[in-house]
Ligand binder design. Structure first.
Ligand SMILES: Cc1cc2nc3c(=O)[nH]c(=O)nc-3n(C[C@H](O)[C@H](O)[C@H](O)COP(=O)(O)O)c2cc1C
Length: 187
């Protein structure tokens, strides 16, 4: 039984699970860069599943100027504000065996991340995580940790592998579980 099913229970002092969520101040932000839509599709499913469970979640996208010549130093035209959230999920693809420059540039622009927990989702085409996926995830972790954020977990999805759908499923379950643990700890 997941937490949402307890929503109408009385937790003492007339506190429902909804009150516990509010008291826990768990605002969740999913911040994504997606060039061809793969990472976006995972984020869309995650957002929907979090909403279905009653979480306060916002999905937002990093945008860059369409100057593909200069992908190493893209101009960020939209940088989502990370400050309202307590728990962030950053999602991005591998490009050139490393974290795409749009996400690394964005993360480097972030202010202090102290008090914020975060998880990372990486998608890549190649079938092995060591062909950029692990490197990309480590990069996201190190930039945000250096700004004071607390790394909670990550997942890498190898897009062209036969078990992709299963991997997406596992990723969503993993992130939902991490969030529900955090909600329980905060409450
Ligand atoms: C410019 C560029 C470079 C890429 N380099 C890699 C790479 O080094 N390793 C890899 O596994 N996939 C690579 N890919 C594939 C993407 O990582 C993969 O398709 C990813 O799921 C795309 O996510 P998106 O649709 O959210 O942008 C690259 C794609 C592009 C466009």
């Amino acid at each position: 039984m997941h937490l949402f099913e307890y929503n109408n229970c009385n937790w003492g002092n007339n506190r429902t699970l909804e009150h516990l969520y509010e008291e826990a101040f768990m605002k969740i932000g999913i911040i994504i860069y997606s060039k061809t839509g793969h990472t976006k599709s995972v984020a869309d499913t995650l957002e929907q599943q979090l909403k279905d469970r009653g979480h306060d979640v916002t999905l937002d996208f990093i945008e860059i100027a369409e100057q593909e010549k200069d992908v190493m130093h893209p101009e960020i035209t939209k940088a989502p504000d990370a400050s309202p959230y307590d728990f962030l999920i950053f999602g991005a693809p591998v490009q050139g065996f490393r974290l795409c420059a749009a996400m690394s540039t964005y993360l480097n622009l972030l202010d202090d991340m102290k008090g914020k927990k975060f998880a990372c989702i990486v998608t890549q085409a190649l079938p092995f995580k060591w062909l950029g996926g692990e490197q990309a995830s480590r990069k996201m972790k190190s930039i945000v940790t250096d700004k004071g954020g607390e790394f909670i977990g990550h997942s890498i999805i190898n897009w062209n592998k036969a078990d992709r759908e299963g991997r997406i499923d596992d990723t969503i379950k993993h992130i939902l579980r991490l969030i529900e643990i955090e909600v329980a700890v905060e409450a």
